[in-house]
Design a protein around this ligand. Structure first.
Ligand code: G3H
Ligand code: 13P
Ligand code: ZN
Length: 313
C-alpha cells in the first residue's frame, strides 16, 4: 500500500523512526521490499535525481507500482530525495510519488522559503507531502558542495515551517552524506533537535546522512580487493534517541552501496570462473533484505507494520 509520509510520521512520532532507503535498480528493489516485509516494517523508498537518470524515471516508477502489486502486505511511501523545483514538479505530476523533497537549502533563507512554498502549494493540491531542508550538510548533496556544516538554527526552523507550510524538515546536526563522515569521534548536535522540538512540538524532523558505515563491512570490501580508507559513519544506537526528539525519518543510502560492493567483490573473488550477473544477484538480494531488516530493528520500525496499516486505512 502506497501512503504519504505524513501518515507514517504521525504513527512514528516520538517512538521510532521510519527507514528511508535509496534504491537504483531491480535487485535493490527486490531486497528492499523483502527486507521490510520480513521485518514487518513500514518504510520509505527514496529515488534521487541520480537514480532517476541512471535507471530512467519511468522504469523506477513502474518498478515501484509493480512492487506494490508483488508485495501487497507492504506499506510504504515513494519519495523524491533532494529534488530541485523542476524535478519536484515532475514527480508531483507523475501520479506515482506520495512525497517529494525540495532541497533549496543552499539558497538564502527567504529564497529557500519562496521555492519551498511553490512546491508545497503544488504538492498539497495533488495530495502529496513535502520535505524541505534548512542548514547544510558538509560534503556533497546532489549538485551542491559545502566545505563545512552549517547547522540548522532552531529559530529559523520555526519561522521556515510556519512560512512554507512544509510537512517535514531535514535538519543539519552534524551528519553528512557518503562513507567519510567523521574524523575522530562523531559529534552530533542533538541539542539542536531539543530546541527545534520545543519550538515545533510534534513536527516531523528528518536526519540525512545517517549510514553507519560498519567497520567490518569496509574491512571485508578491502580484503576482497577494495581500497576504502578512513571511512566512518553514524552510530545506529543513536537512532532511537533521535526519534524521541522528533526525528521520524532516517536516510540510508551508503550502507546499502557497501553491501552491494562487498557481495560483488567477494563473489567474483571466490568464483573467478563465473560471469552471469544473476549469480551474484541471487546472493545480493537476500543479503540486502537482511541488511534492511537489521536496520529496521535499530530504527524501531520493525514489527510496526500491522499497526501502521490499520492506522493508514
Ligand atoms: O543524498 C544523496 C543520496 O545518497 C543519493 O545519492 O545522488 O548519488 O543517487 P545519488
Ligand atoms: P548516507 O550517505 O549516510 O547513506 O545518507 C543518505 C541520504 O541522506 C540520502 O538523502
Ligand atoms: Zn540526503
Amino acid at each position: 500500500m502506497i501512503v504519504t509520509t505524513k501518515k507514517l510520521f504521525e504513527h512514528a512520532y516520538g517512538q521510532y523512526a521510519i527507514g528511508a532507503y535509496n534504491i537504483n535498480n531491480l535487485e535493490q528493489t527486490m531486497g528492499l521490499f523483502k527486507g521490510n516485509v520480513q521485518s514487518k516494517a513500514p518504510f520509505i523508498v527514496q529515488l534521487s535525481k541520480g537514480a532517476r537518470s541512471y535507471t530512467h524515471k519511468k522504469m523506477l516508477e513502474s518498478m515501484m507500482k509493480t512492487a506494490d502489486e508483488i508485495f501487497p502486505e507492504s506499506v510504504f511511501a515513494i519519495h523524491l530525495d533532494h529534488g530541485d523545483e523542476e524535478t519536484c514538479m515532475d514527480c508531483i505530476n507523475s501520479g506515482v510519488y506520495s512525497s517529494v523533497m525540495i532541497d533549496a537549502s543552499h539558497h538564502p533563507l527567504e529564497k529557500n522559503i519562496e521555492i519551498t512554498k511553490r512546491v508545497v502549494d503544488a504538492a498539497h493540491a495533488k495530495g502529496l507531502v513535502v520535505e524541505a531542508e534548512l542548514g547544510l550538510l558538509k560534503g556533497i548533496e546532489e549538485d551542491v558542495v559545502a566545505a563545512d556544516h552549517v547547522y540548522t538554527k532552531p529559530e529559523e526552523a520555526e519561522y521556515f515551517v510556519k512560512q512554507t507550510g512544509v510537512d517535514s524538515l531535514a535538519c543539519a546536526i552534524g551528519t553528512s552524506h557518503g562513507a567519510f563522515k567523521f574524523k575522530g569521534d562523531q559529534k552530533l548536535r542533538f541539542d539542536i533537535l531539543v530546541e527545534i522540538q520545543k519550538r515545533l512540538p510534534r513536527f516531523p524532523l528528518v536526519m540525512h546522512g545517517s549510514s553507519s558505515v560498519p567497520k567490518d563491512e569496509v574491512a571485508r570490501i578491502n580484503a576482497a580487493g577494495g581500497n576504502i580508507k578512513g571511512a566512518s559513519g553514524v552510530d545506529a544506537d543513536q537512532f532511537l534517541g533521535a526519534a524521541k526528539l522528533g526525528v521520524t525519518k532516517i536516510n540510508i543510502d551508503t550502507d546499502g552501496r557497501l553491501v552491494w560492493c562487498r557481495v560483488h567483490r567477494e563473489f567474483f573473488r571466490d568464483h573467478p570462473e563465473m560471469f552471469d550477473l544473476r549469480d551474484p544477484g541471487k546472493v545480493f538480494i537476500p543479503e540486502y533484505a537482511a541488511f534492511i531488516a537489521a536496520k529496521n530493528v535499530k530504527l524501531g520500525s520493525a514489527g510496526r507494520l500491522d499497526a501502521v496499516r490499520a492506522a493508514c486505512k
